[in-house]
Design a protein around this ligand. Structure first.
Ligand SMILES: Nc1nc2c(c(=O)[nH]1)N(C=O)[C@@H](CNc1ccc(C(=O)N[C@@H](CCC(=O)O)C(=O)O)cc1)CN2
Ligand SMILES: Nc1ncnc2c1ncn2[C@@H]1O[C@H](COP(=O)(O)OP(=O)(O)OP(=O)(O)O)[C@@H](O)[C@H]1O
Length: 185
């Protein structure tokens, strides 16, 4: 699993700047095709790290539409979501987190766009290996029937693998969106 993570992270970092831009734009159109955004929703995205597909076009779209937009912040091995404003600090992984602003827990967010390292056609997902999203979203286990937040993984197509083994703690996603495909099953 560690070896697979490293390979997929390398692939994601290897995409050049102009392709990266093009693919990030396509990711916005794909997202608009799939996701129903409703007035007043609270939406979490991420700031790209380690070659992750850029969310800036999605961010600009959401901002123009007047949505409240949040970023994940690390709190006790789990995540909270902090509303984007002017002020940031870097977390232990050097990823920027908003400060001096509203902080919500995952249950209060309507839509979470999640980064990922690898995925398969059944929407299994592996992340950076911290288990942060999984720990944060345990309340959304299949039997529990929580509607919110809706979970969408965002990735380049090259992050798809034939098959990933699901772990008992993995939380099911509503969909995985890439620049050319949408996995919903
Ligand atoms: N953009 C983004 N934000 C995110 C996540 C993410 O995966 N992507 N996270 C999703 O959980 C959380 C942070 N999790 C992370 C886990 C590991 C590393 C990482 O770079 N690990 C390095 C070691 C870095 C170090 O020790 O200083 C590595 O494994 O090489 C980054 C973020 C919250 N915010
Ligand atoms: N709900 C949970 N409660 C306790 N520990 C958990 C939970 N979910 C995951 N973990 C632990 O976190 C570690 C990493 O999990 P995993 O490899 O699935 O992370 P990941 O999905 O790659 O990371 P992330 O969720 O941050 O993107 C595992 O060792 C697992 O034991």
């Amino acid at each position: 699993m560690q070896a697979l993570r490293l390979t997929l992270r390398q692939k994601r970092r290897a995409i050049n700047h102009s392709n990266r831009e093009k693919l990030a734009k396509r990711l916005l159109s794909q997202t608009q095709r799939l996701v129903t955004f409703k007035h007043g929703q609270k939406i979490a995205i991420y700031l790209p790290n380690d070659g992750e597909i850029d969310t800036k076009y999605i961010y600009n779209f959401l901002k123009r539409q007047g949505f409240s937009i949040y970023l994940p912040i690390l709190v006790n091995k789990s995540l909270k979501f902090s509303k984007i404003n002017k002020h940031f600090k870097k977390n232990i992984f050097s990823i920027k987190e908003p400060v001096f602003t509203q902080i919500l827990s995952a249950k209060q967010i309507n839509i979470i766009f999640m980064p990922l390292v690898g995925f398969d056609k059944n929407k299994n997902r592996i992340g950076m290996g911290g288990g942060f999203y999984d720990r944060t979203l345990t309340f959304k286990k299949p039997q529990q029937n929580y509607k919110n937040p809706k979970l969408y993984g965002l990735a380049f197509d090259c992050q798809k693998v034939y098959r990933l083994n699901a772990n008992p703690w993995d939380v099911p996603l509503n969909a995985i969106i890439t620049p050319t495909a949408i996995y919903t099953k």
